[in-house]
Design a protein around this ligand. Structure first.
Ligand code: NAP
Length: 494
């Protein structure tokens, strides 16, 4: 494992962490939570406590919904052009402060600074894109087929939204919801992941500065996400849940949301196949595989989880990928030259190690990595495995770490069957110089997003989301904003 020449102790990178740990952000003010204790924020690179954030209880959750409900009528009535300009200002402020935000993400999440910079640019784009969408939420008007009346359809803001986000993209998973919700004219309560609250609070202050009225975006952190979220979902003023996280928690929330028949958008887990055909360009496939596997150190819902390589290119691909994975520099996210930061928690490392040991126990070969280093820090080395049998746990579960299991295949039918042999259907990657075959195989794969001859699929201008148990609905593109609207049809006799 190559170790970066960077700080392995909490170097706050010149950031004033106290300014983002002042309290819960409710009604445009920083309020102390009523939970039993403040929540520690841990640096995954050093395991040191960086700071503490406020802890919301049920009364704070109710206050946040009160603030969002109070702000809703005025925000829904705000001219789309005005909303658009505020969104544009959010984009500009995020872009101006990109380096500060990237350091903050890197610090609390552990990801390499280069990944954090990429995330900030991606996250900011949701404001630019939705600034453009805000003024283009057009309705419909037409003659009913029977000719008796006109059909008028108006897309209205759905109302108060509860947004719940994971730790792996602390900025982007929030702005992918907040920006379209603002564009549609909705108000909201965001509950970010407990591991990475500082980015959410830093962005809350930025929204206020950009002109988002008080109460329109509220942010609360809590050590009891189950009861706090259940209380908000049960509140009849809440009309939308938008969740990004694991499929397991998603199922629980769907059950909660059923009690009030709440509109739900769910971005859940993935188990992406990456398929390399014999006729692929080797360097394109290797470059793509490294991005698809190692962006965010493998902690991405879109991460290539199962690599299937056709026999004719198998040996060259395995050698190339192993060389690239071995060469990666591992270290603190903020460390100079770091390419692979730590995992988010000790529990995450233990889970990855368990999956690797399970595969090895069933006959998988370790070509590099494969051993859990001693701390401090929640590190796991870039790992390449071959001969992973189909009954290994990692063939079915999200690895969520820097582990690439490679399997040989012979035919197109065989690999399509294997790719689809999962409850998930988020992303897939296909490498072939034959674009006709690439498109045909893409159609046969049960995934909401397919990357053809590239390792990156996410784009704010495109619909992001999964089939099967990877989710419901889409974020981004022109679909994203409609998730925060309710179409109302009026039958009109002229
Ligand atoms: P997670 O455990 O499901 O947590 C996600 C969020 O849900 C966090 O804010 C968490 O709060 C909250 N939560 C946990 N239990 C809850 C409950 N009972 N009621 C209400 N909220 C609850 O997921 P994670 O480990 O943070 O993130 C990794 C997962 O997210 C992976 O499965 C990944 O594939 C998925 N993901 C999907 C996408 C996508 O777009 N499809 C994008 C990114 C990540 P606490 O932090 O307080 O536990």
């Amino acid at each position: 494992m190559n170790i970066a020449t960077g700080p392995m102790s909490p170097d706050v990178a010149g950031l004033d962490l106290d300014s983002w740990s002042k309290g819960l952000f409710i009604g445009g003010e920083w309020l102390e939570g009523h939970g039993p204790h403040r929540i520690p924020v841990v640096d995954p690179s050093s395991e040191a406590v960086l700071t503490h954030v406020a802890n919301a209880d049920l009364s704070d959750a109710a206050a946040a919904v009160d603030a969002a409900a109070a702000a809703a009528p005025a925000w829904a009535a705000t001219a789309p052009r005005k909303r658009s300009e505020i969104l544009r200002r959010c984009f500009e402020l995020m872009t101006e402060r990109a380096e500060m935000l990237a350091k903050l993400i890197s610090l609390e999440n552990g990801k390499a600074l280069r990944d954090a910079r990429g995330e900030v640019a991606y996250a900011a784009e949701f404001f630019r894109w939705n600034a453009e969408e805000a003024v283009r939420i057009v309705g419909e008007f037409g003659m009913a087929p029977a000719g008796a009346n006109r059909i008028l359809v108006d897309y209205q803001p759905i109302g108060v939204c509860v947004l719940i986000t994971p730790w792996n993209f602390p900025a982007a998973m929030a702005t992918r919801k907040i920006a379209p919700a603002l564009a549609a004219g909705c108000t909201m309560v965001l509950k970010p992941a407990t591991e990475t609250p500082l980015t959410a609070y830093a962005l809350a202050a930025l929204y206020k500065e950009a002109g988002v009225p008080d109460g329109v975006v509220n942010v609360i952190t809590t050590s009891t996400p189950g009861p706090v979220t259940a209380a908000m979902l049960a509140d009849p003023r809440v009309r939308k849940l938008s969740f990004t996280g694991s499929t397991g928690v998603g199922r629980t929330l769907l059950a909660e949301a059923s009690k009030t028949v709440l509109s739900c958008s769910m971005e859940l887990g993935g188990n992406a196949p990456l398929i390399v055909f014999d006729d692929a360009d080797l360097d394109t496939a290797l470059d793509g595989a490294m991005v698809a596997k190692m962006r965010n150190a493998g902690e991405a819902c879109t991460a290539a989880n199962r690599l299937y390589v056709q026999s004719g290119i198998y040996d060259r691909f395995v050698a190339g990928l192993t060389a690239r994975m071995e060469a990666l520099v591992v270290g603190a996210g903020t460390g100079a030259g770091t390419e692979c930061g730590p995992m988010i928690t000790a529990k995450a490392v233990a889970k990855i190690d368990e999956l690797v040991q399970d595969a090895v126990g069933r006959g998988a070969k370790v070509l590099c990595g494969g051993n859990k280093p001693a701390g401090p820090g929640f590190f796991y080395p870039p790992t390449v495995l071959t001969d992973v049998p189909p009954d290994a746990a990692m063939a079915h579960e999200e690895i969520f770490g820097p582990v690439a299991p490679i399997t040989r295949f012979e035919t197109e039918d065989e690999v399509v069957a294997r790719a689809n042999d999962t409850e998930y259907g988020l992303a897939a990657y296909v490498f072939t110089k034959d674009i006709g075959r690439g498109l045909k195989v893409s159609r046969r794969i049960e995934a909401g997003m397919v990357a053809l001859n590239r390792g990156l699929v996410s784009d704010p201008a495109a619909p992001f989301g999964g089939m099967k148990q990877s989710g419901l609905g889409r974020e981004g593109g022109s679909h994203g904003v409609l998730e925060f609207t309710e179409p109302q049809y009026v039958a009109v006799t002229l």
